[in-house]
Design a protein around this ligand. Structure first.
Ligand code: ASP
Length: 325
């Protein structure tokens, strides 16, 4: 049966052009969704597409402006009886942030799949068509519903909360942590590794157009309190520490954050390590800090922003969400 897929395009390397099959440099976000769908229309993917250009930019520039256009567009597609699934094309650099933000704020009633590419469209070995064909396979599968937002890269499917970009070269650039991939996919096959984990389908948090400011502090040896104070500034409602090791930081930094916590700043301890898992410590109770668990700093930031925006500001309540997310 032919599936009906809505494609929302935001740009990235999947729509990038180098002007040569072997050039290193290229410009992301060059191909329009109309041209892209004309090309994939000839591949015989067993789907009918309707497309919409939300943006056409490098994902380094993705932020509230694009998110505020993308989120209602996905909601509209999910509500459309003529849509079986949604694909969002996106640059790979910040794909994990958009995926996680959507995952936290969308119902899991139909498949929503983010996909990108590591090589521009005119490069030899362009991975964008294969990734897109795989994304169509996932978005067409009714069993993809109830799993939240999914990311398809390199013949693998990842859950939005697990996925992270771990390499800057090559097509095998994404990994899941602490859960690895949740399915293997090719344009003609799809193998799930378990049952859907969000059968209730409802959105976890309300969408918010204006997310509060939360900064990420990248901890390092010899970091001092003055630099921390400067980086946090006046307007931040929260800070995520990309801590050394298991969310640790120099003592002077900890003391500065305890001081700022007393005037309401929310503090989350994450890790700068690739596979950082930060558990709660006894000291966190006294400090009023939260442990990010397996979320990396950029995802912990998104979650803290949403929690504050949704009025969840009590430390124990914040920790409960981080524990379950
Ligand atoms: N800089 C590009 C982007 O994130 C990289 C990519 O898409 O792979 O838009």
């Amino acid at each position: 049966m032919t599936s009906r897929i809505t494609v929302l395009a935001t740009g990235g390397t999947i729509a990038g052009i180098a002007g040569s099959a072997i050039a290193k440099d290229y410009v992301a976000g060059q191909i329009t969704i109309e041209d892209y769908l004309e090309e994939v229309g000839g591949l015989g993917l067993g789907a009918e597409f309707s497309g919409r250009q939300i943006a056409n930019i490098d994902s380094a520039d993705i932020g509230p402006e694009v998110w505020n256009a993308l989120h209602p567009a996905v909601i509209e597609a999910l509500a459309d009886d003529d849509c079986d699934g949604v694909i969002v094309t996106h640059g790979t650099d910040t794909l994990e942030e958009t995926a996680f933000l959507l995952d936290l704020t969308l119902p899991a009633s139909k498949p929503v799949v983010l996909v990108g590419a590591m090589r521009p469209a005119d490069a030899v070995g362009y991975d964008g068509l294969r990734n897109f064909a795989n994304a169509v396979r996932v978005a067409s599968d009714a069993d993809a519903a109830g799993r939240g937002v999914l990311v398809v890269m390199g013949d693998r499917v990842f859950g939005a909360r697990d996925v992270r970009k771990v390499r800057t070269r090559g097509t095998d650039a994404f990994r899941g942590f602490p859960r690895e991939s949740v399915a293997l996919v090719t344009p003609s096959s799809l193998e799930w590794f378990g049952a859907p984990w969000r059968p209730d389908a409802v959105a976890q948090f309300d969408w918010c157009d204006a997310l509060p400011e939360v900064v990420i502090l990248y901890a390092h040896a010899a970091m001092d309190a003055v630099a921390v104070e400067r980086m946090i500034g006046q307007d931040a409602r929260g800070v995520v520490v990309a801590g050394v090791g298991e969310g640790n930081m120099p003592e002077v930094v900890r003391q500065e954050l305890v001081r700022q916590r007393a005037s309401g700043l929310h503090v989350v301890r994450a890790s700068r390590a690739d596979e950082g898992l930060v558990d709660r410590e006894a000291e966190d109770d006294a400090n009023g800090f939260t442990a990010a668990r397996a979320l990396n700093p950029q995802k912990a930031r998104i979650l803290l922003q949403l929690l504050i925006a949704n009025g969840i500001t009590e430390p124990a309540a914040i920790q409960r969400v981080f524990d379950g997310s």
